[in-house]
Write a protein that binds this ligand. Structure first.
Ligand SMILES: *Cc1c(COP(=O)(O)O)cnc(C)c1O
Length: 360
C-alpha cells in the first residue's frame, strides 16, 4: 500500500472559474495566470485544459513559458516580469512570447534587439504599489519610444494593484486615477485587474484582465463577498488516518506538547505534514474533514504527520479519508488559521505529493 497523501485536481473547476472570470468582466479578454506551476496545480494540465478557451497565459519566467511551448501550447504567453537579461530575448522571440516591460533597462534591451518577429510588449506603470513598473512621469515617453520602434508589435498598457482585496480602501481607486491620467489618449489596450479587481472593481476591467487565484477556486476577497460564492475549489488535498489512539484528559500530543487533552480524547494520526506543504504554524482548531465531516487539528504539525480530534467521530477507522482543504474545507480557512493566504498553501504543496487529475 502506498502513502495516501495526494492532491486531486479538478480541471473542470478551473475551466468553470476561468469562464466565470470572463463573465464577470464582459467584453474583455483574460490572461489565465499559470505562474508557479499554475499555483501548484500543474501548469501543463491546467494550460491544456484552458488552451481552447483562454485568451493568453501568464507566467513568471522564460523557463515556465518554455515548459508550456514544449507541451504544445500555442496560446499567447505573457512573461509577467519580462526578460531578466538581454540574453533571454532570442528565446522570447523564438518562442513567440509577449514581455512585460517595467524598467528603462528592459526598454533599451528591446530597442537594441534584432528579433525575427515583432516583439509584443505590455508596458507596466507603477501607479502606487511601488514594486515594479515605470514611474508615471516617464510612462508616456517610454510608450512613444516603443511605439516608434519598427520591431515592436502590439503594446498593452498595464498596471497592478496593491490592495484590490481591501474593499473599503481607496488605494485601488487612486491607482486607477493615476493610471488613467498618465495613459490618457494613448491608442492601446489597457490591463489592470487581478482576481480581486475582476471580482470587486468593475471600473478597472479595461481590455484585458489577469485572473490568478480565482481560477483555482479561492477567493481573494472577504468570505462574505458574493462574487466568491460561484467559484469551485480546484484542489482537494487529502490523506488518510494511519493510527487511532485513546488518550486520557491531561495527556499531551506531539512535539512540544502544544496540545493537552481537555477530556478523554480519541486522536487520529494523518499521513500528511509540513514536508507535504501543510503549514507547520496551523493552530489547534484548524478545520479539516474526516469522512467529509469537519473536525479540528490538535497538536503541532510534524514533518510527515499531523493529529486530529476524533472524539466525536466514534465510527472513524484507520484508512478513512481526510481532507486538508478542498470541497469541504476552504483553503482560505486553513490559511486564516495559519497566518497565511491560500496562494501560499497552493504553491507550497511539495513534490512529494502526487497530483491526480479529474478531467473536465
Ligand atoms: C500573479 C499576478 C496576477 C494574478 O493575481 P491574483 O491575485 O492571483 O489574481 C495578476 N497580475 C500580475 C502582474 C501578477 O503577477
Amino acid at each position: 500500500m502506498s502513502r495516501p497523501a495526494r492532491a486531486m485536481i479538478d480541471l473542470g473547476a478551473i475551466r468553470h472559474n476561468y469562464l466565470l472570470a470572463k463573465a464577470l468582466a464582459p467584453g474583455t479578454r483574460a490572461v489565465a495566470i499559470v505562474k508557479a506551476d499554475a499555483y501548484g496545480h500543474g501548469a501543463i494540465p491546467v494550460a491544456r485544459t484552458l488552451a481552447g478557451v483562454a485568451d493568453a497565459f501568464g507566467v513568471a519566467c522564460l523557463e515556465e513559458a518554455a515548459q508550456l511551448r514544449d507541451a504544445g501550447i500555442q496560446t499567447p504567453i505573457l512573461l509577467l516580469e519580462g526578460p531578466f537579461e538581454p540574453a533571454e530575448l532570442p528565446d522570447i522571440d523564438a518562442l513567440s512570447l509577449t514581455s512585460v516591460i517595467h524598467t528603462a533597462e528592459q526598454i533599451h534591451w528591446i530597442l537594441d534587439a534584432r528579433p525575427a518577429r515583432k516583439l509584443h510588449t505590455w508596458l507596466k506603470m507603477d501607479s502606487g504599489m511601488h514594486r515594479v513598473g515605470l514611474d508615471p512621469a516617464d510612462y508616456r515617453d517610454a510608450y512613444n519610444r516603443l511605439a516608434r520602434c519598427p520591431h515592436v508589435g502590439d503594446i498593452v498598457l498595464m498596471t497592478h494593484f496593491a490592495r484590490a482585496d481591501e474593499l473599503q480602501c481607496d488605494s485601488t481607486a487612486r491607482q486607477l486615477t493615476c493610471f488613467s491620467e498618465h495613459t490618457a489618449g494613448l491608442p492601446a489596450p489597457r490591463s489592470l485587474a487581478n482576481s480581486a479587481a475582476v471580482m470587486a472593481w468593475p471600473d478597472t476591467h479595461g481590455d484585458w484582465t489577469r485572473p490568478g487565484i480565482m481560477l483555482y477556486g479561492a477567493t481573494p476577497l472577504p468570505p462574505q463577498h458574493p462574487a466568491g460564492t460561484d467559484l469551485r475549489p480546484a484542489m482537494h488535498l487529502q490523506s488518510a488516518l494511519i493510527s487511532i489512539r485513546e488518550l486520557a484528559a491531561g495527556e499531551p500530543i506531539g512535539y512540544g506538547a502544544r496540545f493537552i487533552c481537555e477530556r478523554p480524547t480519541r486522536v487520529g494520526v494523518v499521513a500528511l505534514g509540513y514536508a507535504d506543504g501543510y503549514p507547520r504554524h496551523a493552530r489547534d482548531g484548524t478545520p479539516l474533514a474526516v469522512n467529509g465531516e469537519v473536525t479540528r487539528l490538535i497538536g503541532r504539525v510534524s514533518m510527515d504527520m499531523l493529529t486530529v480530534d476524533l472524539t466525536d467521530m466514534p465510527a472513524a477507522r484507520i484508512g478513512d479519508p481526510v481532507e486538508l482543504w478542498g470541497p469541504t474545507i476552504p483553503a482560505n480557512h486553513v490559511a486564516a488559521a495559519s497566518d497565511t493566504i491560500a496562494y501560499q498553501l497552493f504553491t507550497g504543496v511539495s513534490r512529494r505529493v502526487p497530483l491526480h487529475y479529474r478531467s473536465p
